[in-house]
Design a binder for this molecule. Structure first.
Ligand code: SF4
Ligand code: SF4
Length: 405
């Protein structure tokens, strides 16, 4: 089975539900709107000479593979299967979307995640077709030539380009922890200048969304995320460390299809990607429900792929779709590889979640904006006896953790 079949099977086997309860009339109207939008986009000049057909050919992928991808993407965007042709057409028109990608305080891990694949997924290939007008990491130009190129791109694509931001923004020392260009523009000034004339700002990775690792205590550079700096623009957050290329492609595709940002949760994350709790789609969930846990690394439970909750898995309080989409061409994901989730798509994840012990008192918001519950509360609701055991274990571990601190 190839990786595209696997992705489709994952969508099917994980029971990813497409919310089609908005009624036929709604979806007919939406389809028409999308078609009109794509007609308009098609009449515009091609911004990038790279097209998806050529890339698919060069990777030995067929039209059938592409349509399978479109069908899976349709499901992940929470659209009915009948939208597959319009999604495929949008992917073919991605080369009409000008993008300015700026790199601030980070490790470039999100760019690396997209670039380092030796067998790129269709998501990654589609990202290659966007018209990347500026990207410090990838472009050949440097110094004054790069600065001129940026000014030119902002002017040419005023109001039309997507501003993609990777990395946090240092605010301590008047922002002088990070500067760019000959004039010593701070990262904050740089971001504000590029964001000002964009159609929307997409913060990619947990550093750009919530400050990420640079914002970990004691946060010496005063690192913050894009939404703390930019005002008056639509902002879409695609957190995770690194952000999954499938979610970046999905967000840009949504913009191509509708000209608008996708439906967002209370943290500005697209619901199509972050409306899932890791715990609810985890392959080890049956072991959690049965009260079967890894008690220490390398024990029998670990060998039998038991639940990692007692080893500190934060899947119960983390929202992301990596259990469905996975990483590295759909090969695997952290829990599949034997380590618990460290909540990398949540604010302050490094300080709050990245320890190998469970948490008893974490409060989290349901994606629908519903009630807040502690882990113990929902564990008890779900599990009765097993839940009580976990709650007690979590409370003991949290206390032990506090004592050792
Ligand atoms: S606690 Fe972690 S390993 Fe266990 S079922 Fe939930 S997400 Fe999976
Ligand atoms: S499993 Fe958790 S820590 Fe790992 S990538 Fe997914 S959200 Fe991030």
């Amino acid at each position: 089975m190839d990786r595209r079949d696997m992705l489709m099977n994952l969508f099917n086997s994980k029971g990813v539900k497409v919310n089609t309860n908005r009624g036929e009339e709604y979806y007919n109207r939406l389809y028409k709107q999308m078609e009109n939008r794509l007609n308009e986009l098609e009449s515009q000049p091609v911004a990038s000479k790279i097209d998806i057909e050529g890339l698919l050919d060069s990777e030995g992928l067929t039209r059938r593979d592409f349509l399978k991808w479109a069908s899976a993407t349709c499901a992940s965007l929470m659209l009915p299967a009948s939208f597959t042709p319009v999604v495929a057409r949008a992917a073919e028109l991605m080369n009409r979307v000008p993008v300015i990608w700026i790199e601030l305080q980070d490790c470039a891990g999100n760019s690396e995640a997209i670039l380092r694949s030796d067998a790129p997924t269709i998501d990654e290939l589609i990202l290659e077709t966007i018209s990347l007008e500026f990207n410090e990491t990838l472009m050949a130009a440097a110094g004054h030539a790069a600065e001129e190129h940026l000014d030119e791109a902002i002017e040419t694509f005023k109001g039309k380009y997507l501003c993609i931001v990777e990395g946090s923004i240092p605010t301590a020392m008047n922002g002088y922890y990070g500067t760019v260009g000959a004039k010593g523009e701070t990262f904050e000034e740089h971001l504000l200048r590029v964001a000002k004339d964009s159609a929307a700002v997409v913060a990619v990775g947990t550093c750009a969304t919530f400050g990420g690792v640079p914002a970990a205590s004691p946060n010496p550079t005063g690192a913050v995320g894009v939404q703390d700096i930019v005002r008056g623009k639509p902002i879409i957050n695609i957190p995770a460390c690194p952000a999954n290329p499938a979610n970046i492609t999905g967000t840009i595709l949504h913009f191509v299809l509708t000209g608008q940002v996708p439906e967002l949760d209370h943290l500005n994350r697209p619901k199509f990607a972050f409306g899932y709790r890791i715990h609810d789609n985890c392959e080890r969930r049956a072991h959690f429900d049965a009260g079967e846990f890894v008690e220490e690394w390398g024990d029998e439970g670990a060998k039998n792929n038991f639940c990692l909750y007692k080893m500190g898995c934060k899947g119960p309080m983390t929202f992301n779709n990596c259990s469905i989409v996975r990483y590295n061409s759909g090969t695997n994901w952290p829990i599949g590889a034997g380590h618990g989730c460290i909540g990398c798509s949540e604010p302050q994840f490094w300080d709050k979640y990245a320890q190998e012990r469970p948490m008893a008192d974490t409060r989290f918001k349901a994606p629908t904006g519903g009630v807040e519950k502690t882990v113990d509360e929902f564990g008890l609701g779900l599990l009765t006896v097993a839940g009580i055991g976990i709650g007690i274990h979590a409370a003991i571990s949290a206390t032990a953790g506090k004592k050792s601190e």
